[in-house]
Write a protein of this length. Sequence first.
Length: 277
Amino acid sequence: MSGITTPAEPIGKRAISTRRCPIAGRAAVALCGMAAVACGGAAASGPTANALARSSGMTFSELAAGELGSAPTGKNYVRIVKFVQAPGQSIASKKHQAGFIYVQSGLQQLTYTDEGTHVEIPPSTALFLQDIDHSHQTLAGALSTWYFIALWPDTPQSATLVPPSTLVFKTEDLPPTAMPPGTYTETLRSVSLQPGGRSPAHIFGGLEVVFVLDGTLKVDVAGQAPVQLPAGQAAYVPAHTLTQEAAVGGQKVDYLAYFITEHGTAFETDSTSAPPG
């Protein structure tokens, strides 16, 4: 599969980009509030670097990371599920695929039912949830909107959603070449682009899914027509693909970037040439 896959079709090496949340324990992996990194135009190096390949008006932070372990066998896909949870409402959930909880609004409490321990997840933060028994509860007096982002096996059981959730995005089944045998790390990044801002032109060593929270994001992929994604839409970009994102429409853009990267592979490599588009 090449290019980008959006909801319309059902569905390395940069020093500041290679940080990882410590995988020392649930709390450590849960809320990894790394400081934002500003990219003001010096991402691509060398005197002949194409100015349009350099970042402008971009900040990002690594929200959380976790070990996926060995590549899963069989057919798999990446899915984003949205939850809108009322104050005080609890969701009992048995263990399922490991992945990320990202809280957009409200205050979430995650309970590890096997231990009876709790972790609070404030807005604009994320937690890597391992495949263990747990439950969710909304704290304080406001609705909570949150998302679960994960790699899933293509089975009937995985297709079942837990109320009150809705499917936001789902890739097609990933080709076998997307995740060859090996061990992998999942990473979730929060990115902001100021009006007219852009990311550096880059190549990620693993597959990527971008999900727009606010504004309109243009995704340029080499050899493909640019795609514009409004808030609430997402796109899948295969590994080792020259890509660049930009804010369009005169507004700031906030989006999440989810990665699955094989161990020993450069996480991100900046390019001195922007993809045409």
